[in-house]
Design a protein around this ligand. Structure first.
Ligand SMILES: Nc1ncnc2c1ncn2[C@@H]1O[C@H](COP(=O)(O)OP(=O)(O)OP(=O)(O)O)[C@@H](O)[C@H]1O
Length: 608
């Protein structure tokens, strides 16, 4: 997962390019899935459009011969005006069909974008947090996101390729019929520009690949300097210039690389273009020469020059479209690689069901843990039990591993060593989805969904989102009802300022809304990480009085730095350096006079 798809400077562009073509079949598959009917119709129309130019040139040649004969005193052929009408009809049909093709391409691009965007979202949700820690993953996700949209070009190119191949074949057969040299001359002229085109397409991709980390940084700077969240600090700390300078430095580095590539493309492209023009005119002069020798009548001459023009430009387009597809296929490497990524945490969908009524509870047994990609052990031989009906408070100084315990019990990560047991069975043996169904958790950095108040609460239990009495009861338990009462739109009030009509809440108000989410869940284990950090003293006391009633008979894990909250727990676990150093209830720990007692006294003293 960690190795980049391409080295910083690609060593073997041709090999990479050929390998990228492996992406075409899966992309065709995705296209087909996005809209089988649109694809089929698009193809049928392309075949018509591909053969029409041949018919048009043939009819034009016959018309020309008719005119030449008439000028030499012979009668016009009987069907002359029918031919003229056919010529006009074919050209009108061609124009119309091209428009219909544009329409089907646009439809397909729309469906493709939607289909792929949904797949990207599904896949991002399936992947575990471990994957999100990895910057390579982030770069890939970023590229995959871009690749999910804006693939109209690829769709058009695939369709055009079919069309161009057919048109080239029809005219090439006609030319080879007249003289195989003509086809050879044209092919020799076109080949060098194909090589040039694909070479630059590859260099372009490699460049974009290299630039992704810098572009991600630029996006970040743009966002932080221009967002509502960043605005306060950017202004007050005078960070504007600092951010723009950093942005400009990155932008000019990217600009230099872009210009270098564009220049060499201009030089080489121009040179190779001359070669193909020479090939084209070589074939043309050959036809002129044979016409002068009396081997072609005027109709044949006109047809052959049209055929040279059509075969040459279509052949050239076949190559450039193919190289464009290879180029686009290279870009899709990331999208497809992203689709194939697997979670490290095994969701075990067929695993055991969580008991409807947990008997013994959870147990951390000799658990050690280091975050992926790091070597520092955050938890060391950690042992802790959480019995049925128990309310545990986890305390410790910053960075001692409290939130990490929550991430492990919810299996956002798995322990590096040791086991977490639920009713004596390793947590990994249970279905992850079922585990999550039985846990209600609100993290310290809970999400403020820019949606309505009802949705913000309902997210705790999606199926009950529209069950008004339940949403209201959860809101009452967490004091969110007092927040909602002040909102003009009540439960349907949009929260946050991103969307029209939204109102911003204070930190404590958001926290009450988030708490309601946990209460709505009706889980066997309720986990609150700093649940009252933003609440005022009165709210905190009220929340906890209710909390005690609400968690009766359930398990609760509470992380807090406020001892007024902590002392209500049945058992307090003190973490230090990733180890459990003390445990007991408030009275026991105070009597023991250890770390807890010291911390408690310190906080109490600061209030006196
Ligand atoms: N995603 C991560 N990747 C690497 N290290 C991490 C990650 N998250 C946390 N850590 C490290 O793990 C240690 C424990 O973090 P944790 O969040 O569990 O602490 P905490 O006790 O909850 O702290 P606080 O009281 O500040 O919330 C910290 O030193 C932190 O740097």
């Amino acid at each position: 997962m960690n190795e980049p798809l391409l080295p910083a400077k690609a060593q073997s562009p041709w090999l990479e390019r050929l390998r990228a073509l492996r992406n075409v079949p899966p992309v065709l598959h995705i296209l087909w899935e996005s809209g089988p009917w649109v694809v089929t119709w698009g193809l049928i129309l392309r075949v018509f459009v591909a053969v029409l130019p041949f018919g048009i040139a043939k009819v034009a040649a016959t018309i020309l011969n008719g005119i030449a004969n008439a000028l030499h005193g012979q009668n016009l052929p009987g069907n002359f005006w029918v031919l003229v009408a056919t010529e006009v009809g074919l050209n009108v049909a061609l124009g119309l069909l091209m428009r219909v093709i544009d329409y089907t391409d646009a439809l397909l691009a729309n469906r493709y974008t939607q289909h792929v965007s949904v797949r990207v979202m599904d896949q991002a949700a399936r992947l575990d947090l471990t994957t999100y820690e990895d910057p390579v993953f982030y770069d890939r996700l970023e590229r995959a996101r871009v690749q999910a949209t804006d693939r109209l070009v690829l769709i058009q190119q695939l369709g055009r390729l079919v069309q161009q191949v057919i048109t080239t074949l029809t005219f090439s057969v006609a030319l080879a019929w007249a003289s195989p040299w003509l086809v050879l001359l044209l092919a020799l002229g076109v080949l060098p520009s194909f090589v040039g085109e694909t070479h630059f397409a590859f260099l372009g991709y490699a460049k974009n690949f290299r630039q992704t980390p810098a572009k991600r940084q630029m996006d970040y700077l743009r966002q932080v300097a221009g967002s509502r969240e960043g605005a306060k600090e950017v202004k007050l700390f005078g960070l504007h210039r600092f951010f723009t300078d950093r942005f400009k430095a990155l932008a000019s580095q990217i600009y230099r690389e872009d210009v270098t590539l564009a220049r060499s493309k201009l030089l080489m492209g121009g040179l190779l273009g001359v070669v193909s023009t020479l090939g084209y005119y070589g074939a043309y002069v050959y036809v002129v020469w044979r016409a002068l020798a009396g081997q072609y009548d005027i109709g044949q001459f006109a047809f052959l020059t049209a055929a040279i023009q059509q075969a040459s430009s279509n052949l050239q387009q076949v190559f450039s479209t193919a190289s464009g597809i290879a180029d686009q296929a290279l870009f899709l490497t990331d999208l497809l690689a992203f689709f194939e990524m697997k979670s490290i945490v095994d969701p075990n969908p067929g695993g055991r069901r969580i008991p409807e009524s947990i008997v013994e509870g959870f147990e951390f047994r000799n658990v050690s843990f280091a975050y992926p990609g790091t070597t520092r052990t955050v938890l060391k031989n950690f042992n802790m039990k959480l019995r049925r009906g128990e309310r545990i408070a986890l305390i410790g100084e910053n960075g001692q591993g409290k939130t990490t315990v929550v991430k492990l019990i919810t299996r956002l990560y798995d322990p590096t060593e040791g086991q977490i047991l639920l009713d004596g069975v390793d947590l990994r043996e249970y279905s992850l989805e079922d585990l999550h169904r039985h846990i209600g958790v609100i993290f310290q950095d809970f999400v403020r969904f820019e949606m309505t108040a009802r949705e913000n609460i309902g997210i705790g239990r999606i199926e009950h989102m529209n069950n008004q009495p339940e949403v209201e009861s959860a809101a009452h338990k967490s004091l969110a009802d007092t927040v909602v009462a002040k909102l003009a739109g009540g439960y349907d009030q949009m929260l946050g300022r991103r969307f029209e009509g939204g109102v911003e809440l204070s930190g404590g108000e958001w926290q009450k809304i988030a708490l309601a989410r946990a209460y709505l869940r009706d889980a066997q284990l309720l986990i609150l990480d700093e649940p009252t950090a933003a609440l005022d003293a009165r709210s905190e006391l009220e929340v906890f009085e209710r909390f005690a009633e609400l968690t009766e008979g359930k398990m609760a894990l509470l992380i807090s730095h406020r001892f007024s909250t902590v002392r209500m727990a049945d058992r307090i676990v003190v973490l230090s350096g990733g180890r459990l150093i003390e445990e007991g209830n408030h009275q026991q720990l105070m009597a023991a006079g250890g770390v807890y007692a010291g911390m408690f006294e310190m906080q109490a003293a600061s209030y006196r």
